[in-house]
Design a protein around this ligand. Structure first.
Ligand code: 0RA
Length: 640
């Protein structure tokens, strides 16, 4: 360190000083994100060696002292003298800013964007670094402190050891003032992602900081195909095989894996450029979307699924239910945007478009069944979108003009004051009949629904608007358009009362209705307009007296009041339809004597989960939920 600095070497020192002065310029932040980037930077060098075809295994250790080691079985960083610096190639890479990329055998370096700043940046921002290189039958070691080499590179014979590189570093607490604690799960997530993106590379990750060793090995022979298959693990597949395309043009490598699923209505496309997740998209994703739309439309026309006079499927129709990963490797990546996670290279759009276009065309040509099922799914999406648009327009027009006729089966009340009006939503026509006769028509309206209403959770908007039961509900209540702002002034009744039988079917219909209200206009539930009627379960007669019991507990209590030798009869009330109108009024509808439960959604997120569990496709969690919670789903008793 003492003798004859050449001009170059002074430059070197200034270079790493600059990194220590403005670390943010090189690693973004000196918070946790920047700290973890140090690891990614070192790992990227080993990944590059793997991509060059010389390395199969990368081992990352968080050591007991909090330092991190990255070991690979590549060729080892060259250790011979570098002609310009007079230093070993290794020391040059470690101490000269941006030396890594320009250096060594014309290798293809894919790291870029957020990292790819070079291992010298890690060196500059570390309290110490220890490098080991196994090459040419020798072990070469050197230590650095805050960027400065501590002595020469030392070589000792180690004939039996395979080639490779090991870099161990401890981040500098002077730089990372918020601490240098690495988060296992953060690193694990990124390392797993790297394993998916680089098929066949085995990545071992160990954490020696606790008594108990954590170790995981990530290795995916199928690469991004396995990534897509993992993302689809709980979905129903539209076609049996993941569609996989890979190719190269002008030094740009493109890999795409595609899988459409039946029970999904969104798309889920992950983009990567040079192993970096491009959250803000970019030209590779633009190319992929364009070519998918064009190819599926062309195949659909060729197969006569779209007539000459008909319009093309839109991109979002084609992508409905699609899970995809696109990974490109570009020689000179340009990353744009605030977070530098948008690929800017314009040439990539056309390369992706033409490579994927050719391959996908050929793939579908030989698999007409796969082609037809993808086309059919897209056509369904297209029709659903059209129908939803028309239905929305219809509803909007109606609500604007307020000319929508009330449904024929609604027995409306005479009051026009919503604050005193209530509507009973009743299961079935016969119960509806009793309720109509039993009600106080001045302020009580009755809307009978026939059978089970649609499960809104599983249905797209167009079907929702077409369903007559739901249309009746929407117009009778004066609700607006799904998802749009709730307008209390349009609500025709301030008590919306669900009245169903006290059996399993009744409970199911009640849940369907609650789901409908929750999904359609949740404020209705949030603001406490929804109630549940409580019809009696039993009628107990003793002499000239009779009593209604609304639960098994009430029945037991009533019976225990009777003398031991009493004669009495218990009538099980099977359904609302069995009750006489007068009886229904007295037990369930008369505000003086009835019990109503107000539906309270205390915690919207929890309610959403409950509804999803109860109404979604997955049968197992539903059973579990019903077993543990019974039927008491967010209902709190409220006597009024
Ligand atoms: C350039 C040339 C050669 C190896 C590497 C870079 C290399 C760098 C790193 C960084 C971490 N692990 C690494 N492994 C290899 C070798 C050129 C040759 O041997 O001909």
């Amino acid at each position: 360190m003492t003798s004859n600095y050449g001009a170059d070497q002074i430059q070197v020192l200034e270079g790493l000083e600059a990194v220590r002065k403005r670390p943010g310029m090189y690693i973004g932040t000196t918070g946790p994100r920047g700290l973890h980037h140090l690891v990614y930077e070192v790992v990227d060098n080993s990944i590059d060696e793997a991509l060059a075809g010389h390395c199969t295994h990368i081992e990352i250790d968080i050591n007991a002292d909090g330092s991190v080691s990255v070991l690979d079985n590549g060729r080892g960083i060259p250790t011979d003298k570098h002609p310009k610096t007079g230093k070993s190639a290794l020391e040059t890479v470690m101490t000269i800013l941006h030396a890594g990329g320009k250096f060594g055998g014309g290798g293809y370096k894919v790291s870029g964007g957020l990292h790819g700043v070079g291992i010298s940046v890690v060196n500059a921002l570390s309290q110490w670094v220890e490098v080991k290189v196994w090459r040419e039958g020798k072990l070469h070691t050197q230590r650095y402190e805050r960027g400065f080499a501590q002595g020469e590179l030392i070589a000792s014979p180690e004939l039996e050891h395979p080639t490779g590189t090991s870099v161990t570093f401890l981040p500098d607490t002077q730089i990372f003032t918020g601490g240098i604690e690495f988060e296992y799960s953060l690193l694990a997530g990124r390392l797993r992602e790297l394993a998916y993106l680089n098929a066949g590379v085995a990545i071992t990750f160990s954490d020696y900081r606790q008594e108990e060793l954590h170790r995981e090995i990530y290795c995916y022979e199928g690469g991004i195909k396995e990534y897509v298959s993992y993302m689809c693990r709980e979905k129903e597949l539209l076609h049996p095989e993941i569609i996989y395309v890979s190719g190269e043009r002008n030094g740009t490598y493109v890999e795409v894996a595609l899988q459409w699923c039946i029970d999904a209505y969104n798309d889920n496309i992950l983009g990567f450029a040079n192993n970096i997740r491009t959250i803000d998209g970019g030209t590779h994703l633009e190319g992929l979307k364009a070519v998918l739309t064009r190819t599926i439309n062309a195949v659909a026309r060729k197969r006569n699924k779209i007539k000459e006079s008909e319009s093309n499927l839109a991109g979002e129709n084609v992508r409905e239910g699609l899970t995809a990963v696109i990974s490109v490797k570009v020689p000179d990546p340009e990353f744009e945007g605030q977070t530098k996670t948008k690929l800017g290279n314009t040439e990539v759009r056309g390369i992706v478009d033409s490579l994927v276009g050719e391959a996908l065309n050929e793939y579908l040509e030989f698999r007409p069944q796969v082609a037809d099922s993808i086309i059919e799914k897209a056509l369904q999406a297209f029709r659903a979108a059209e129908a939803a648009r028309r239905a929305r327009e219809l509803v909007r027009r109606k609500s604007v003009l307020e000319s929508s006729p009330l449904p024929g089966k609604l027995a409306d009340c005479s009051s026009r004051d919503p604050s005193e009006s209530e509507i009973y939503i009743v299961e079935g026509d016969s119960a509806g009949g009793s309720a109509k006769q039993g009600r106080d028509r001045r302020f009580q309206a009755i809307l009978p629904l026939r059978g089970k209403i649609l499960n809104i959770e599983k249905t797209d908007d167009s079907k929702i608007y077409k369903n007559t039961e739901i249309q009746a509900l929407i117009t009778a209540l004066g609700l607006g358009i799904r998802g749009e702002e709730f307008d209390v002034s349009a609500l025709r009744y301030h008590r919306v009362i669900i009245m169903t039988d006290a059996d399993v079917d009744g409970a199911h219909i009640r849940t369907l209705l609650l789901t409908f209200f929750y999904r359609y206009q949740r404020e209705l539930a949030d603001q406490g307009y929804i109630y549940i009627a409580c019809p009696p379960l039993y009628k107990v007669e003793r002499g000239r007296n009779y009593y209604y019991c609304y639960s098994d507990r009430e029945l037991r209590e009533k019976l225990s009041e009777f003398p031991a030798n009493a004669n009495y009869t218990i009538q099980l009330i099977k359904g609302l339809g069995e009750m006489m109108p007068e009886q229904l009024w007295q037990t369930t509808m008369n505000p003086e004597t009835r019990t109503l439960k107000r539906v309270e959604i205390e915690d919207a997120a929890e309610a959403d989960r409950v509804f999803t569990v109860l109404m979604g496709d997955r049968v197992a969690p539903r059973r579990e939920f019903i077993e543990t919670h019974g039927t008491k789903v967010n209902l709190t008793d409220l006597d009024i």
